[in-house]
Design a protein around this ligand. Sequence first.
Ligand SMILES: Nc1ncnc2c1ncn2[C@@H]1O[C@H](COP(=O)(O)OP(=O)(O)OP(=O)(O)O)[C@@H](O)[C@H]1O
Length: 213
Amino acid sequence: MTDTVVELADVTKKLGHHEVLRGASIAVKRATSYAIVGANGSGKSVLLRHLCGLMLPSGGTVRFAPEFMGGGRRFPDRFGVMIDGPAYVAGFSAMKNLTALAAIRKRASKADCAKMLEQLGLDASSRKAARTFSLGMKQKLGLAQAMIEQPEVLILDEPFNALDAESVQMLTALLDEFRAGGGTVVFTSHRGEDIDAIADEVHELDGGALTKA
Ligand SMILES: Nc1ncnc2c1ncn2[C@@H]1O[C@H](COP(=O)(O)OP(=O)(O)OP(=O)(O)O)[C@@H](O)[C@H]1O
C-alpha cells in the first residue's frame, strides 16, 4: 500500500433495507485530490464515512495505510473530516469552538486557531455565537475544524457549499496548497467548476459502485 492512503475493495453497505454501496472500490493515493460525484442520495456521504472509518462496511474491505492506524485506534489518525455539513457548539464563538476542539489532542495552539480562522475569513476575536452565523460562516467554521490539526488527509462533503465567489477562490487555493504539500483530499461536489479547479481524479457513484470518469 506504499502510496495508498486508504483502499476500499468491493465494499457493500446495507442501511435498513437499502444497499447503498454495492461493490464500491477505490484506492486513494497520497498527494492527490479526488472528487466524488453522483446524484442526490447516491451514497456519496456514506462512501466518505467509510473512507475515514466512521462507518464499517457490510461486505468487502477497507484498509488504511498502517501509519494512520496502530495504538488500538478505531479511526485513522491525521484525517480531517467534515461530512453532512459543519457541526459545532451553537452557543460558542468560532474561536471558542475551535480552541475547545484543539484542546482535546493539543495539536494546535490558540494562535494556530486564530490564524486558521482568519485564513478562512472568520473573525477570531468576535464573540458572536455560532448559532447566529450565516450559512457561509458556519461552513468556514466546519472547514477550520477539519483543518486545524494539520491533517494529512481531508475528507470533505460539499466543502464549497454556501461560499461566496471570493471564498471559493480562497478555499481552492488552500486545498491546492494542501495537496502540493503532500496532502490528500477526497471531496464531494455538485458544481462542475469546483471539480475542474481542484480534482485530479473524478469518480462517479452510480448504483452503489464507483466508476472513474
Ligand atoms: N444512517 C442511515 N440510515 C439509513 N439510511 C441512510 C443512512 N445514511 C444514509 N442513508 C441513505 O443512504 C442513501 C445515500 O445517502 P447519502 O447521504 O450518502 O447520499 P449523497 O449521495 O451524499 O446525497 P446528497 O447529494 O443529497 O448529499 C440515501 O438513500 C439515504 O437515505
